[in-house]
Each structure stands twice: as C-alpha cells, then as structure tokens.
Design a protein around this ligand. Structure first.
Ligand code: SAM
Length: 286
C-alpha cells in the first residue's frame, strides 16, 4: 500500500465498484478493500463474488434499506474502537440511488471520518458519451412506479433547462419513455444508455419517439440496465405562465372550464376566450 493510500484508523471508506466491467475497479479501491477490517455491503453474496475475483477475504456486514439504521450503531461502535471499514454497494458509487445516506449522515453527526474512494457511477458514465449538454444537469434517480405520480413528477420537470438524468428498470423502460414523450414532446433531444461498460453496451440518441421505436423494435433491446437522459427545455416557461397553469389546475378541480377562465380573466385582465381555450387544453392533459 502506498503512503498516499495508507488507511486511517476509525475511518469509513466509501468505495465505488464497477457497474459492469470489473477492470473499472481502481487500484486504490482494491488496496482499500484488501486492507480494511470490515466491509459493509448491500448484498453479501454479490460483494463476496467481487472479493473472490480479487482474491480478498474479509468479514462482511450487510447494510441495506431495511437495516441501515440499526447497522449504523454497529458501524459507529467499530469505528470508535479504531477499526477501519469500507462501504460498497452492488454496483457503482454507494449512496447514488443506493444505501448509505443515513449511515454517512450519522457518522458526520458523530464527528467520525468518512473518506471517498471514487470510481464509476452510471450517471457520469452515461453523460460522458451521450452527446447532450453536460455543463449543467440534474440527476433525478428513479421515478415513482405508479403512472399518475410518475406523470406528475415529469410535468414538474418539463420546464427544467438543465439536462435531466434518470435511472430506469428494464420492465418499466418503454412505459416511462412513452410518458416522457407525452410530457416533454416529440422534439426534445434525448439519449438512452443501456448496459454501460458491458458486452451489449448501446447508446440510443435521438428524439423520444425515435428512441422508443428503436427499443421497441427488438425484445433484446429491452434487457439490461438503463440510464435515460433528456436535454433541458430550451425555452422554459416564465414564472407567470407556470403559475397560471397551476392556478387553472386548482380552479378546475372545483369549477367548470368557462367559470375558471372567467375568474382568471378577472384576476389578470387577460382575454376570456383565450383563457377558456387554455382551460380546455389543461383539462385535456389531466
Ligand atoms: N450506485 C449506482 C451508480 O453509482 O450508478 C446506481 C445503483 S442503482 C440501484 C441501479 C441503476 O443504475 C440501474 O437500474 C440503472 O438505471 C443504472 N445503472 C447501473 N449500472 C448500469 C449500467 N451498466 N448501464 C446502464 N445503467 C446502469
């Protein structure tokens, strides 16, 4: 182990692991995993396979969504005794749509040392080769599973000017892309990345309808892991336009479109007929 990577007692190392290609594990990640006292991981069987590949044997401690809070106590105890620990997830960088946030938050609050050992994450890997603007982007993780909540979330993001990045599972990819096409429109440049760093790595650049056509044409294209990226809205609506739509939606719960348009015309002084058309449009979208 080099002096730059000598481990510090009482530290939790957040170690990124590959998202497909095992050669993407960094030299420092290997050294840290080989040197810590205990490795906390999402799924012990999964991590055991990676460690076997590296020829490393270590005590493992499972830390996942359902036991993270109790395990935090144990980790704090180990670290206060001066042990060194690593946290890994099944793939990529821990805490990025993976367990670890409550643990790291608690360790920071307890004044313990947390140190990153950086590596791969599907977000950055996908963006780096997608051909969409990367100067500003927003990572939205997984969307809600239910269609209604998913649509609501997408509608709230339709005015976003930054590139939008999502993770999606294979059994929901087509439904999600269709919903995105409905909400963001047929022109928005997008790119879907599938099976990054693996044998069947594929990028689908184009508009959402073009991407849907390519992915639905062949069942094999619907297999594996996906990152969906959508260019930001080049002409985001002004705050007053957004507020108007919000106001309409609220009023349309209680009032017929004509009445809602009349109330808003009174409030804003805008043309009643045009507002009535807008009310019908919004009602049609609901
Ligand atoms: N912590 C990971 C990271 O840093 O990217 C993400 C874990 S999250 C539970 C898993 C999701 O990440 C997948 O459903 C997929 O959306 C995305 N993902 C992970 N590996 C991928 C790959 N090789 N190709 C495309 N997407 C991938």
């Amino acid at each position: 182990m080099t002096s730059a990577s000598r481990l510090q007692a009482g530290t939790l190392y957040i170690v990124a692991t590959p998202i497909g290609n095992l050669s993407d594990l960094t030299e420092r990640a290997k050294q840290v995993l080989a040197s810590v006292d205990v490795i906390a991981c999402e799924d012990t069987r999964h991590t055991q396979k990676l460690l076997q590949h590296l020829g490393i044997r270590k005590p493992l401690l499972s830390v996942h969504e359902h036991n993270e809070r109790e395990r935090t106590e144990q980790v704090i105890h180990h670290l206060r005794q001066g042990q060194t620990m690593a946290l890994v997830s099944d793939a990529g960088t821990p805490l990025i749509s993976d367990p670890g946030f409550p643990l790291v938050q608690a360790l920071r609050a307890a004044g313990l040392t947390v140190s990153p050992v950086p590596g791969v994450s599907a977000i950055i890997t996908a963006l780096s080769a997608a051909g969409l603007p990367t100067d500003r982007f927003t990572f939205e993780g997984f969307l809600p599973h239910k269609t209604g909540s998913k649509r609501e979330k997408l509608e709230a993001q339709a005015q976003e000017a930054r590139t939008l990045v999502y993770y999606e599972a294979k059994h929901r990819i087509l439904e999600t892309l269709q919903l995105m096409a409905d909400v963001f429109g047929p022109e928005r440049p997008a790119c879907v990345a599938r099976e990054l760093t693996k044998t069947f790595e594929t990028f689908y650049p184009g508009t959402l309808p073009e991407i849907i056509e390519q992915i639905s044409a062949d069942q094999d294209q619907q297999k594996g892991e996906f990152v969906v990226m959508i260019a930001g809205n080049p002409e985001p609506a002004t705050a007053s336009e957004v507020d108007m739509e919000k106001l309409f939606r609220l009023l349309l719960v209680e009032l017929p479109p004509k009445k809602a348009a009349a109330v808003i015309a009174d409030l804003t002084g805008e043309n009643k007929k045009a507002l009535y058309q807008k009310a019908l449009e919004i009602q049609g979208k609901a």
